[in-house]
Design a protein around this ligand. Structure first.
Ligand code: ADP
Ligand code: MG
Length: 729
């Protein structure tokens, strides 16, 4: 009987390479399926075009009459490209994207006048049947339904034969039910706060845009192999499997040549990305076998977040055509590096300045230092909230797993900037003497560009690192929606910039200080206050855990513990002061994330119990029976001598029995604990029970299964093995 495992392996052996040829140059097709500036000029009236522009640039409302014109143009464009349906595309809190397709096609009641229709009403607002999206109780308590509303700052696009309109998803009482709404509010908060601070340096700045460049890591597994593993299908990761003899120890995969089959996939994926206006630029192998990375050119944050969500969909769809399955999970394989999604972040002014890039003059460098130090200060104040922003069941496997950022948030800035901060710390209190100022400007602030140019300092173990002209939030998980981390980061920096401005203005107004003196004074105090968060050493080391403990930094290793920071008074105050989220919205999110955590562990527990009992144990018994037959035969031939001759077989039979017994007992206990946990009425307690009581069984059950994998004849083992999952090309 051929098991799924051998069927899958046979299927792969017979695979014909999928062909893909790009016909046109990337620049020629870039954005051709996007309702972008060029297309808008072509399909919209002057009025309508200006309306969209004003909405994007100045947040102006689009009135209904204008919306009708825009919808008309959008429809004409879509029909010209063979589109039949439209959908409001949004990001509910399930971590995927959602869409409900409606046809443009309409007729009157008697079936006459068939026509393609799409008006301002359909563009601006829709009511999806969304009763099954997570809402943390908001909609139940307040209103029965939510609605989606057009976000003009992210352009509509065509995927397949559907016009997709990026939207927010909110309840009728106005509470956010998605990732995008709070993100847009946070981006607006940091725009305002950063513009106010920029005006100290340049009165012409009118808008500050947060920029994001994500790096998406993923595993690519042959779909037949992935389908042969129930754990990968149901949970996105392997719940058992003995590590393969060869893992990543040779580091021969990293930046190695990309296998042809994978390269063909990547080329088609990039082609699709070009049509959708996702500016992907780099592709390479990652550390682990069959692990890869894809990164775009950075963009305005809201657009970058949408593009990452869209990309994850597109990656899976294109993979189907190439008989691959994409694993986004943070830790699909034990003993092999996991995947992250580095979030590179900076702030850009409408005058073309990167606020985290050192400039050419001392004044622009003081501006750089201001944003640089304020960011560090923000992370120092809200380190727990940063940890909470990246907390998920799957990312828990990665954080602190000796290969990924630890669960402790710290900031890496490199030796040279550390020196700059040390010098600034020595600035005198109060008004600075002209000599001191000149010295600072020439020798400290003025030297920064040179310093950074040859700054090759890179610390791969830091969760939040400064990398020359941007900060890189590295602890974000590969399955995450970037909106979660970006809402938090932009909010905490916005709040910090508001506080900074107040402090500087107070020194100017009340202590009669000059602007520069006041800025230097406030920054000096910040440097003193934020030393605890700066760390340049090995973030994976045990010594750092101990040191971080002494410094009072949090180290929440599990999601239920980490998430608590989200509903702390500090967090509630922050989000409500900035109008990013009110208390109800924050608390609802907390509930949803706890629930999601519980569900994930619950499903993993069920799947593991099922595989252990229905795959591993029967296979082990089958093999044991073979051994028993063998021993019986030896006894027939050798009589009493058989005990010596069959010694190995007999001890194997015993060993197998021991593991079978271990599996049965532990699966039983785990199931009992799940039942108890399910009866808890409080979601916090339930998540904690799943985390601290249920989850620890996984490792014990797995250990028995993995031992059996080593003992049992390879020919009858039903589950596809690590070496096959990881090394099949
Ligand atoms: P790595 O971290 O792998 O060394 P790079 O330093 O080359 O990669 O860049 C990583 C990412 O940083 C890229 O996706 C790039 O678009 C992004 N990036 C560069 N500048 C900025 C910026 N000012 N704001 C946001 N992201 C940026
Ligand atoms: Mg990176």
């Amino acid at each position: 009987m051929a098991t799924f495992r051998f069927q899958a392996l046979a299927q792969i052996a017979g695979r014909k390479p999928v062909k893909f040829e790009e016909l046109e140059r990337k620049s020629a097709i870039f954005g051709s399926n996007v309702f972008n500036d060029k297309t808008m000029r072509q399909f919209l009236t002057e009025d309508a075009y200006q309306g969209v522009k004003d909405a994007v640039q100045h947040g102006k409302k689009i009135d209904r009459r204008l919306a009708d014109y825009i919808a008309l143009g959008m429809k004409e464009w879509a029909l010209s490209k063979g589109v039949t349906h439209y959908t409001h595309w949004f990001q509910p809190l399930t971590g995927t994207t959602a869409e409900k397709h409606d046809a443009f096609f309409e007729t009157s009641y008697d079936g006459s006048d068939p026509v393609e229709k799409f008006g301002g009403g359909q563009l601006v607002q829709q009511e999806p049947d969304a009763s099954s999206f997570p809402n943390g109780g908001i909609r139940n308590t307040f209103e029965a339904r939510g609605y989606t509303a057009w976000d003009p700052t992210s352009p509509a696009f065509i995927f397949g034969t559907t016009l997709c309109i990026p939207t927010v998803f909110i309840s009728y009482t106005g509470e956010a039910l998605d990732y995008k709404t709070p993100l847009l509010r946070a981006l607006s908060a940091i725009d305002d706060a950063a513009v106010d601070v920029c005006r100290y340096f340049d009165k012409n700045v009118k808008k500050v845009t947060a920029t994001l460049g994500w790096e998406q890591e993923y595993f690519l597994i042959d779909s037949a192999l992935a389908n042969s593993r129930p754990d990968i299908l149901m949970t996105g990761r392997t719940l058992l499997g003995h590590t393969s003899a060869k893992g990543q120890q040779l580091d021969d995969h990293y930046f190695g040549s990309i296998p042809t089959r994978v390269l063909t996939y990547m080329r088609e994926l990039e082609y699709e990305c070009m049509l959708l206006g996702i500016p992907v630029k780099t592709r390479h192998n990652e550390v682990a076998p069959n692990q890869f990375e894809l990164a775009p050119i950075f963009e305005e944050t809201n657009l970058a977040v949408d593009h990452n969500s869209l990309l994850m969909d597109v990656m899976q769809k294109v993979a189907e055509r190439h008989d691959f399955k994409v694993l986004f999970h943070e830790k699909p394989f034990k003993g092999v590096n996991g995947s992250g999604k580095h979030n590179n972040w900076s702030l850009a002014t409408d005058t073309g300045v990167n606020l985290l890039g050192p400039g050419k003059t001392p004044m622009s460098n003081l501006q750089f230092l201001t944003f640089f130090i304020n960011t560090i200060k923000a992370v120092n104040t809200y380190e727990e909230l940063m940890r909470a922003a990246i907390a998920t069941a799957s990312n828990d496997h990665r954080l602190g797993a000796n290969e990924a950022p630890p669960a402790i948030i710290s900031v890496f800035i490199g030796q040279q900037l550390t020196k700059v901060l040390e010098e600034l710390e020595g600035v005198s209190t109060g008004k600075l003497s002209p000599e001191e100022k000149t010295d600072l400007k020439l020798n400290v602030v003025g030297k920064i560009p040179d310093v950074l140019l040859d700054n090759t300092d890179r610390n791969r173990t830091s969760p939040f690192a400064f990398t020359g002209n941007k900060f890189e939030f590295r602890a974000v998980g590969s399955t995450a929606n970037c909106a979660n981390s970006m809402t938090t980061l932009n909010s905490i920096v916005a709040k910090q910039l508001i506080d900074f401005k107040k402090e500087v203005d107070t020194l100017i107004d009340e202590k009669d200080m000059k602007k520069d003196d006041a800025i230097f004074n406030v920054l000096r105090e910040y440097i003193k206050e934020t030393k605890n968060i700066l760390f340049e050493g090995d973030g994976y080391s045990e010594a750092w855990e101990i040191e971080a403990g002494k410094r009072g930094l949090s180290n929440h290793k599990t999601t239920p513990k980490a998430l608590k920071a989200k509903i702390s008074k500090k967090a509630l105050d922050l989000f409500s002061e900035l109008k990013v989220m009110n208390h109800v919205e924050v608390e609802a999110r907390y509930e949803i994330e706890l629930e999601e955590y519980t569900k994930k562990i619950q499903i993993e527990g069920r799947v593991l119990g099922d595989i252990a009992r229905n795959h591993v144990v029967p296979t082990a018994i089958r093999y044991q029976n073979l051994l028993i037959e063998n021993v019986k035969g030896l006894k027939d031939i050798f009589g009493s001598e058989y005990e010596t001759i069959a010694k190995e077989q007999i001890s194997l039979i015993r060993e197998i029995s021991g593991h079978i017994e271990g599996i049965s007992a532990k699966v039983e206990e785990m199931t009992e604990e799940r039942k108890k946990a399910n009866n808890l009425s409080n979601s916090e307690e339930m998540a904690a029970a799943y985390c601290d009581i249920v989850k620890p069984y996984f490792e014990i059950i797995r250990a028995h299964c993995d031992k059996l994998e080593l003992l049992v004849d390879d020919e009858i083992w039903t589950l596809t093995k690590y070496r096959e999952l990881l090394f099949t090309k």
